[in-house]
Write a protein that binds this ligand. Structure first.
Ligand code: ATP
Ligand code: MG
Length: 394
């Protein structure tokens, strides 16, 4: 098939040709956006899911919905080593400047800028050219205690007041939210708590790994009442078929049923893998309908590509001890494993695996789906580990 016409889009955050199986979350997002804009209380949303399930794509789609319904949108991605303040401040400043340009009486926008000024002042750091661009006197005593858990809520309230005064609404999108430090996550949760109590038109939509609900809950026990945590998962067999068939059909190509079944078996319906298989199968195919034989032929190429890219970037960040731990998990099979079984496989005491396990959780490689259980955050990582280290030896 003509590679130029290849409709599939493997890649981080790359919009799929067909956003399949996400109607429920999108509907929930529409309700949330509509209610917050109308100043009705609603839980903000934190999407959670494994690597490559389509969280970023969904977050971007919800951002489009927000903008289409008149929200001012802020979109950031958390990093392991970038503070929340440095990420957010330039965007919050821009939103305040935008609000300032909207018609409307009152001084809440100006106040918002003053509070932002004092917030930045208390950080004792310069965030790009922030202080330079902000030619407004800070409001001392507001959001400048130096304690993020006090200051961020006050800053958010000032911004919420400003938005409300101008009949506007602000939507904050944060990807990879699990990377925030506990103190930062706590401050963010408290800020949204205050916003909800006052029913101000500010909404938070975040995305992160499945560890997120636990992190949020540890940080503030009321987080579960404040947020909903829709799970973004693998697609069902039908939806996985649609994710391949529909985009192909749009350019006059179809897959045979057996070909779709085989792709589903290999990918388990994980969106990123579906795109990779779709992409390679397309390039290997000579004519439509695409038969099972072509899927089998393309699979070797897909596995090499996945091993060299998707899996490899994660593997390369691991220490030898961490690799052995993950290989032991893989030895036990797919799915989640008891920590005790992992320790047994490693021939060590349960207590001694704690540090490596904590390190792997911090790196976002594994998480705990239930007490005492451990699972990979990357789908089908167990098979990759077995390919990379064929024989498990201690
Ligand atoms: N609903 C869907 N149907 C088909 N393909 C999808 C769907 N959602 C996402 N994809 C595809 O899956 C891939 C991964 O999407 P995305 O980057 O959003 O995942 P992610 O969950 O953010 O991953 P990560 O945790 O690594 O950031 C992309 O190639 C995208 O096109
Ligand atoms: Mg992502």
């Amino acid at each position: 098939m003509d590679p130029i016409k290849n409709p599939f889009s493997p890649g981080a955050g790359a919009p799929p040709p067909e956003l399949v199986g996400r109607d429920g979350v999108l509907k929930q997002a529409r309700v949330l956006l509509g209610r917050v804009k109308a100043k009705r209380a609603e839980k903000s949303m934190l999407l959670t899911g494994l690597r490559g399930v389509g969280k970023t794509v969904l977050l971007n789609e919800i951002e489009r919905l927000a903008i289409a319904t008149g929200y001012r949108a802020i979109s950031v991605e958390a990093h392991e080593d970038k503070p929340l303040t440095a990420l957010l401040i330039p965007h919050l400043r821009k939103v305040l400047f935008d609000l300032d340009r909207l018609a409307g009486a009152g001084d809440k926008v100006r106040r918002g800028l003053r509070v932002l000024g004092s917030f930045v002042g208390a950080l004792k750091m310069t965030v790009d050219d922030l202080t330079f661009g902000l030619d407004i006197d800070p409001e001392s005593g507001s959001a400048d205690s130096g304690d993020l858990e006090l200051d961020l809520p006050n800053l958010f309230l000032a911004i919420g007041d400003a938005a409300e005064e101008r009949n506007a609404a602000v939507a904050l999108f944060i990807d990879e939210i699990q990377y925030f430090k506990p103190k930062e996550l706590g401050a963010l949760i408290m800020a949204m708590h205050k916003i909800q109590q006052r029913q101000l038109p500010v909404v938070l939509v975040g995305a992160g790994l499945p560890i997120l609900p636990a992190l949020a809950g540890e940080s503030k026990s009321y987080a579960e009442r404040l947020f909903s945590f829709p799970v973004v998962g693998a697609l069902s067999k039908d939806d996985a078929g649609k994710a391949l068939q529909e985009p192909a059909r749009a350019v006059g190509v179809t897959f045979e049923k057996a070909a779709l079944t085989e792709v589903y078996r290999l990918t388990r319906g994980y969106p990123y893998f579906l795109q990779e298989w779709g992409y390679q199968v397309w390039n290997h195919a000579e004519r439509s309908p695409i038969p099972l034989r072509i899927v089998k032929k393309a699979t070797a190429t897909v596995i090499v590509r996945l091993d060299e890219n998707f899996f490899r970037v994660r593997y390369d960040r691991l220490t030898p001890g961490e690799r052995t731990f993950l290989r032991a998990m893989a030895e036990l099979g797919p799915g989640s494993q008891r920590s005790g079984d992992i320790a047994d496989t490693l021939h060590v005491k349960l207590t001694s695996i704690g540090p490596v396990r904590a390190q792997l959780i911090r790196k976002g490689m594994i998480y705990s789906p239930a007490y005492g259980d451990m699972a990979f955050t990357v789908p089908i990582f167990d098979e990759f580990m077995k390919r990379t280290i064929p024989k498990f030896k201690l």
